[in-house]
Design a protein around this ligand. Structure first.
Ligand code: GUN
Length: 174
């Protein structure tokens, strides 16, 4: 289970500890707290479900703002070490910090083409994927339309948040 136990937290304490589960978007945690947390939400998957519901129920504009809060994959911020701790770990976990110059160039091209088409960055839950699988998914998703891609990006962001919460609960067992 998570520590501090979400169900025991004030709004301020909860937001302090869980506000960063959604990248630069603490309002998702605040909305979950306001729904009323009980001891079931001390389990990472139950909290992930509720926080994910808050994002699914948000307006398209709020959803797009959360997507836009994500850094590029293998982008300049990643190369210069400007990411959040979670993003740094996720991107390195997929080996994105080990791209060849050609692969970095390919990410740069795809990041630019994707943002040009959709107006927000490409987001994918990278856990379990290597950079080849990520590049393959990237090229496929570029063919989607805007509505499909907003829905896919939000689903992926909800997966990322679930991985983050489960990762924190596991770390607390060590
Ligand atoms: N998927 C997991 N972490 C990240 C990230 O930092 N940026 C993007 N774009 N996708 C991700």
């Amino acid at each position: 289970t998570l520590s501090p136990a979400p169900s025991t937290c004030s709004l301020e304490t909860f937001t302090h500890h869980y506000g960063d589960v959604y990248e630069h978007s603490p309002w998702v945690a605040e909305a979950a707290w306001k729904e009323g947390l009980n001891s079931a939400h001390d389990a990472p998957d139950a909290l992930a479900d509720l926080m994910g519901l808050m994002l699914q129920q948000a307006t398209p504009e709020q959803q797009i703002a959360v997507i836009q809060a994500h850094p590029d994959l293998a982008g300049k911020a990643a190369i210069s070490g400007e990411l959040t701790q979670d993003s740094t770990r996720e991107q390195a976990g997929a080996g994105l910090d080990q791209c060849t110059p050609e692969e970095f160039a390919r990410f740069e091209q795809l990041n630019a083409a994707y943002k040009e088409k959709f107006g927000f960055p490409f987001v994918i839950a990278v856990k379990g994927l290597d950079r080849h699988a990520i590049l393959y998914a990237f090229e496929k998703r570029l063919n989607n339309d805007l509505a499909e891609e907003r829905k896919t990006a939000i689903e992926q962001i909800i997966r990322i948040a679930r991985f983050r919460l489960n990762g924190r609960a596991e770390q607390q067992l060590l």
